[in-house]
Write a protein that binds this ligand. Structure first.
Ligand SMILES: [Ca+2]
Length: 353
């Protein structure tokens, strides 16, 4: 999401660019289509949802690539708009889904390897590869994959792509050149698929169209369609810790933290250091900074954008950093009960030699 700025007075918000889509619904005899209405007014996500529910049906939902294109067409040349996909911070309710629209994942139709899926070593593993049995792994791994082609391109239902790609790249490739990543037991355990798999010689690991995420559609639909770029597809995955280095004596250092999830009014954004007591480095609520429990070491030294909770820009500016400010920082968002860690930052302040 790009930067959205506004003045402190809510009545004079100045969003940069920011529009939203709504959806009406029209039922045809043979198929059901949604009508997308593009709304040029700028709102927060939850305001947009309320608006859509009042005036139309709900925020836009997307069933497949065809919907995706219609959605993009409805937005004309506008670059950004809310849709009805959301998740609640701090709740790990990830659900397995098949990439191919309409293919439903059911627990009794799976072929997990022993002990899988297991989020090995506590790392969220949201994508699935197979050789004989399924293994959940991190989505940034690179594997070959097999695409499903409903048009029977070259008279073949399955196409082996011998090039290694990460999971979203593989999905994009299949959607662009064929239909989707092979999805569902009927496909993955078909003779044609197996023959192709065996043609790789050794037991090569292949991506299949199975993934999990904690995103939901606003109207409760269980559509599994997602169209993420890899940077956004890190659900449940704490971005790898970022290391920031600075020399003592600098005027300030910026600790980066960008959040793209939904933010509600009661949310608090926090910067903390678990090795300190009190651990609070900086805290901001809907009404502004709340530094009552700030560790003295950071007194008068920290600042965040006043609109952090609207923009998702949680960057922390630390002025006049000294060696005592070196350590591991956690940037997180909380609703008072549960905390979602957005990012870990290692700050290293080098002293004068
Ligand atoms: Ca695993």
């Amino acid at each position: 999401m790009t930067e959205k700025s506004f003045s402190c007075d809510r009545a004079t918000m100045q969003w940069s660019l920011f529009v939203l889509l709504l959806m009406g619904q029209r039922v045809f005899i043979t198929c059901q289509l949604y009508e997308y209405h593009f709304i040029k007014e700028e709102m927060r996500w939850n305001e947009a949802r309320a608006y859509c529910r009042e005036n139309y049906t709900d925020l836009a939902k997307v069933f497949d690539l065809t919907d995706m294109r219609r959605l993009q067409d409805s937005a004309q040349s506008q670059t950004q708009a809310w849709i009805g996909l959301y998740r609640e911070p701090g709740r790990d309710n990830r659900t397995w889904r098949w990439s191919l629209p309409g293919e439903e994942y059911t627990e009794n139709k799976t072929c997990w390897g022993a002990g899988e899926p297991n989020d090995y070593h506590g790392t969220p593993e949201n994508c699935v590869r197979t050789s004989e049995k399924w293994v959940d792994v991190i989505c940034t791994n690179k594997h070959q994959f097999i695409c499903y082609d409903e048009t029977m391109k070259d008279n073949k239902m399955f196409h082996l792509i011998a090039e290694e790609k990460n999971w979203t790249q593989a999905q994009n490739y299949c959607r662009q050149h064929h239909t989707d990543l092979a999805s569902g037991l009927d496909q993955i355990y078909s003779e044609e698929f197996k023959t192709l798999q065996n043609s790789t010689g050794s037991k090569v690991n292949l991506w299949i169209g199975l993934f999990r995420d904690s995103w939901r559609w606003s109207d409760g639909s269980n559509f599994s369609f997602r169209h993420w770029d890899m940077d956004s597809f890190n659900d449940g995955l704490i971005s790898q810790a970022v290391v920031v280095e600075v020399n003592e004596g600098k005027m300030f250092v910026l600790l980066p933290c960008q959040y793209s999830g939904v933010i509600f009014k009661n949310h608090t954004v926090m910067w903390t250091r678990n090795d300190l007591n009190p651990k609070t480095v900086h805290l901001q609520r809907e009404g502004g900074d709340d530094l009552r429990e700030q560790n003295q070491r950071y007194s008068e030294r920290t600042s965040m954008r006043p609109d952090a909770l609207d923009s998702g820009d949680f960057n922390l500016t630390l002025r006049k950093p000294t060696e005592s400010h070196s350590g591991e920082y956690t940037c997180s968002i909380s609703d008072g009960q549960e905390e979602l860690i957005v990012r870990h930052i290692w700050l290293q302040v080098k002293g004068h030699k």
